[in-house]
Design a protein around this ligand. Sequence first.
Ligand code: ADE
Ligand code: ZN
Length: 342
Amino acid sequence: MEALIKALPKAELHVHLEGTLEPEHILALAERNHISLPYASAEEVLAAYDFTDLPSFLKLYYAGMAVLQTEQDFYDLAFAYFEKAAAENIVYVEPFFDPQAHTSRGISFDTVINGIYRAQLDAAAMLGLKCNLIMCFLRDMSAESAMQHLELSLPYRQWIIGVGLDSDEKGNPPSKFAAVFAKARKAGYKLTMHCDVNQDNSLQHIHECLHKIDVDRIDHGINSLESDELCELIAERGIGLTVCPVSNRFCVNDLTGNEIRKMLAKGMFATVNSDDPAYFRAYLSDNLQALADDAAFTAEEIVTLVRNSFLACWLPDFLKRPYLLRIDHIANKFIQTSGVAA
Ligand code: ADE
Ligand code: ZN
C-alpha cells in the first residue's frame, strides 16, 4: 500500500499554506524577524499543540503565522511545502492562503501574493509541480472586509483560480458572504467554502452553499450525508468534497472513513486532503495511509480517491486526462501484481 500511494501521481485540493508552517520554520522565522517566542525548541512548539476542536486549533494556527513578515518569508513558506509535496509525488496543488490573517497584522496583500507566486513559479520550474492558488476569506471577519480583499485580488486575477471561505464557522453562515461570492463569480473565480464537520447548523450551511452560492466544491462537507436531497444534488452536479481524515481525527475524534465510503457509494466525488499538515502532523500520503491502516481501505478504494482529486480539481479536462491515464496505468500494474502475489 505504501508503494502504491507513493507511485500514484496525486493532487491536493485542501491544504492551507499557513497550515504547512512547521515548528522548526516558526522558530527560524522568529529569529530572522527578531520576534521573541515562548518556545526554545521545536519540541516545545509541538507540545503546545493541544487542540481538540476547530476554535482551539485556529488559535494556534493564527499565533504560528505571526512570524511571517516579508515577501521572502511567504516565498520560503510556500516553497518548503511545494518541496515536501513533490517528494511524495504530488503533481498538482490548489492551495489556500488567508490574506486577511496577514493584512490585519499590517502586512500588505502584495507582499503575501508576490512571495507565494514566486515560489509557485520556482516549484513549476525546479520540481515540475503545478499549482493554482485559492484565496480564502476569513468568515469570522466582516463581509465588507472580504469585499475589500476581493477588490485587492483583482489585479492578480490571473494568479488566483478561485476563492474560498474558512476560519470559525460558528455564527458565520455562507449567506453572510453571498454578495462577495456573486462578485467573485462575475470576475471568473471558481467558488468553494468550508463546511467543517459537526459545526452548529452544518446542514443549513451546506444547503446555502448549494442553493444560495452555487459553489463548485465544498471543503469537508461530511454532514451532507444527513440529507438524501443534498447528497443527490452533490452527486448530480459533480461537486467535489475535500475531506481531511487526520484533521477530522483531531477536531471530531474520527477519521471519518465510514463517511468517505458512504460518499463513494452515493457517487459523490470524495477526495482526501491534509488541511493543515504541519499542525495535524500528516501530509497527503499520511492521510491516505491512515485510511488504509486504520479504516481498512483497499488499494481500489485508494485509487478511486486519488482519481477523484483530479476529477474534482479545476484544471481543464484536457490537462486532467494525462494524470488520469497515468493513475490507471500505475494502478493496473500494482493491483495485478499484488493479485498474482496473493
Ligand atoms: N483554517 C485553516 N484550517 C481550517 C479548517 N480546517 N477549518 C476552517 N478554517 C481553517
Ligand atoms: Zn481547511
